[in-house]
Design a protein around this ligand. Sequence first.
Ligand SMILES: [Zn+2]
Length: 313
Amino acid sequence: MTFPLHVPLTGSGLDRAAELRTQAKTLDKLLRAPQARLLAMAGGKFPIDLAGAPRVDWSPMSEAILAAATDKPVFLGLDDGAPRFAIELKPVEDPRELGFFSESVKFIDLRSIAPDLQGGEATVLTEAKSLLDWHSSHRICSRCGAPSDMADGGWRRDCPSCGAKHFPRTDPVTIMLLTRRHPEMGDRVVMGRKHGWPEGLFSLLAGYVEPGETIEDAARRESFEEAGVRVGEVRYLASQPWPFPSTLMIGVYAEGLSDELVREEEELEEIDWFTKAEILAALAGEHPRLMAPRKDAIARILVEAWATDQLEL
Ligand SMILES: [Zn+2]
């Protein structure tokens, strides 16, 4: 098997330096270090400098920018020793007018800009977005209802009322490269199209791993629920954090044991088997009805690796 597959939104180059999170004094010193930089999310969007190739616009630290934030800064890690933090700005009409950003900055959502960012920047935004979104939706303790406080550089929330400690959540999703060899057509993969998706856009089947379930169990259950296909062997291939809102996509190979597809009608508009030649045509934009998944999605990485024989399954 040719590994590692290059999966977008992974490998930021940032050292998370998790051992520093519990050291409040050190974190405060890092926050005020001259080389400290801060990423400011506003309304779910990030400041992108469009003067040249798109890149993240990191702001220098100041009391003014900290005062414009909804909460304390979260500690993302160290970039070559330089501290990196993130905040969410309080709602304003146009964050560019706050004076913290370069003139050529535009606020853009991660989903739109991710494929155009270079050098692991989309991965840093993935980490920041997941963490900041979690804080904004977990300000209240889920055990007792009292307001909770950010702790550990943003990697925990503590409830001062009942003592509960809350950790940022990531929801595991299994995404299946469900394949089977057809006697005449050769290897084929199952892809589906959800209701409301653009015409022709198909992706690999996927679903949340449920409580008490293994990744393998979830892949078998989802394959049968969505496609009516029983699955034999299941094997891990690669994973990808996907911060919309906060999932971990776990890519697996799933060995299909039958050919007939039974579509899960409530969720899927269409479902079909596709050959390697069809996937290659879709990747080249030359298939009459099949459009490949977006280029930063793990679904595309997996079908491309499969169709170009990079996986030994
Ligand atoms: Zn509580």
